[in-house]
Design a binder for this molecule. Structure first.
Ligand code: BES
Ligand code: MN
Ligand code: ZN
Length: 498
């Protein structure tokens, strides 16, 4: 999706659809008022007759209004004129996007930046409009040869503002374009099936990114190199697969001041069958999404490189399959991680923490300011928080607070769970330094407790995105989360440093 910015006389503006606000009770927004005269009071007449009241998220699509150059006008109920909440605004722009894209339009012009929102500025409103339209317009039809959906054609959102020269809005339109590119990369990778997204293919994609963006540097370690580093936990997961594991590093140096980097570690299990502790058959296809953490890291790196953010970020992606075969790890096996700590693998399906622990130990070499890992780590996370909220755990309150705030602001929320020492005993093992599972109780917390044993040297947070990274239906597919949370966190860091 392309994003444009426009100003100038609204009635003369050519577009498949102008989206414009109506407030309750029964009053036209400022753009609608401008359109009303040339339309010979068509819009105000509709209000008087009660066809539209301005109630939040109500919509009315009007084709061919004489006096207005655009093909259609979409009236959207925007609630009370004095201001609505951020959540209400998100709801209304999502509704507008679903009507426009559901109708099969190719482009639209939104005047909804004019709607007053409590505690939010124009830049935020611009970003939310872009995110809503991009989410609704996204299709993954690379593998369809016959019926490409007609709504796949929505290709341009124009943000309309009454006057030009607002640099905050201009910047946000440019930044929004970078976000959209990042989100597309994340969702395309995540939606790709396991046979088209192996560790090798992820590594090649990373190298291609570095070719296209000179400010990204990519380094890929093969299994022999990982063996030398002593990554016995990571390699124990890839043993049962014909596809070799890869450890992918993507570096972005946007800050000439050489500040310590943020390191983002993304779980990259390109297919998780569970291994010898084989998963049940139903919905096993969804385990192609077990690399959504990795896909998010790729998308963030692309977005910030395109936006040229003044910050240093390193993306680290341990990529592997988790499959059963004669060479696969067995329940009870003991492996030695890069940190030297030994792990009793009680369940080969708890493989995410095994690859992450070595990637987290490896991350210390970048002398990080903070490390954030992103992983579809536990089914228990869905039981705890459902599909609306990612889980957040951290060994540092300030970092946790910043990530929480970034989630709230971006509309990509995360909620903190405790990472207290009392949970650590659940992963004690009689035979090794720790076990890789801690029983049914508090499964997301004990998974994070395992990672905490590898992250003592730096400030660290863990995002469990098992419930938020993809939808199982309506429509099925990757969401791109938590890309916008992470990018907002990085932007907030930059703002705080200045
Ligand atoms: N990738 C899964 C977690 C998962 C399951 C994410 C379902 C989203 C939906 C992870 O590797 C896994 O299998 N975890 C196990 C851990 C258990 C064996 C302690 C789980 O959650 O069942
Ligand atoms: Mn698993
Ligand atoms: Zn997994």
């Amino acid at each position: 999706m392309e994003i444009a910015l426009k100003h100038g006389p609204l009635p003369k503006l050519k577009s498949a659809c102008i989206i414009t606000a109506v407030h309750s009770p029964k009053s036209l927004g400022s753009s609608a008022t401008i359109l009303d005269g040339p339309s010979r009071q068509t819009l105000s007449t509709l209000i008087k007759r009660g066809d539209v009241s301005g109630k939040l998220s109500e919509t009315l699509l009007l084709p061919n209004i004489s006096g207005i150059a655009a093909d259609r006008v979409l009236l959207v109920g925007a609630g009370k004129r004095s201001g609505i909440t951020a959540a209400e605004y998100v709801k209304l722009v999502r509704k507008a996007a679903s009507v426009v894209i559901g109708t099969g339009l190719k482009n639209a012009t939104s005047t909804l930046t004019e709607v007053a929102v409590d505690d939010r500025d124009d830049a935020w409103k611009v970003q939310q409009q872009i995110l809503a339209f991009d989410a609704a317009a996204y299709r993954f039809d690379e593998f369809k040869t016959v019926t490409k959906s007609k709504s796949a054609q929505f290709s341009r959102l124009t943000i309309y503002v009454a006057a030009d020269g607002d640099s905050a809005v201009e910047n946000e339109v440019k930044f929004g374009q970078c976000l959209v590119h990042g989100l597309k990369l994340t969702k395309d990778l995540a939606n790709s099936p396991g046979n088209y997204c192996t560790p090798q293919i992820l590594a090649e994609r990373a190298k291609q990114l570095a070719k296209e963006h000179k400010n990204l540097k990519v380094d890929v370690l093969n299994e022999a190199a990982m063996e030398k580093l002593g990554m016995g936990a990571l390699l124990s997961v890839s043993k049962g697969s014909e596809e070799p594991a890869k450890l992918i590093t993507i570096k972005y140096n946007g800050d000439s001041g050489q500040s310590k980097p943020v390191v983002l570690v993304g779980k990259g299990v390109t297919f998780d069958s569970g291994g010898i502790s084989l998963k049940p058959g139903p919905q096993m296809d969804e385990m192609k999404y077990d690399m959504c953490g990795a896909a998010t890291v790729f998308g963030v790196m692309l977005a910030i490189a395109q936006a040229q953010l003044p910050i240093n970020v390193v993306g680290v992606v341990p990529a592997t399959e988790n499959l059963p075969d004669g060479k696969a790890s067995k329940p009870g096996d003991i492996v030695t991680s890069m940190s030297g700590q030994t792990i009793e693998v009680l369940n080969t399906d708890a493989e995410g923490r095994l690859i992450l622990c070595d990637a987290l130990t490896y991350s210390a070499r970048f002398d990080p300011d903070v490390v954030v890992d992103i992983a579809t780590l536990t089914g228990a996370c869905i039981m705890a928080l459902g599909h609306a909220t990612s889980a957040l755990m951290s060994n540092n309150d300030e970092l946790a607070d910043s990530l929480y705030a970034a989630g709230q602001l971006s509309g990509d929320p995360a909620w903190r769970l405790p990472l207290w020492d009392v949970y650590q005993q659940q992963i004690d093992s009689p035979f090794a330094d720790m076990a890789n599972v801690g029983g049914r109780a508090a499964g997301s917390i004990t998974a994070a407790c395992f990672l905490a044993r590898y992250t003592k040297k730096y400030r660290w947070a863990h995002l469990d995105i098992a419930g938020t990274a993809w939808n199982s239906a309506n429509p099925k597919g990757a969401t791109g989360r938590p890309l916008t949370l992470l990018v907002q966190y990085l932007r907030s860091r930059i703002a705080a440093a200045n």
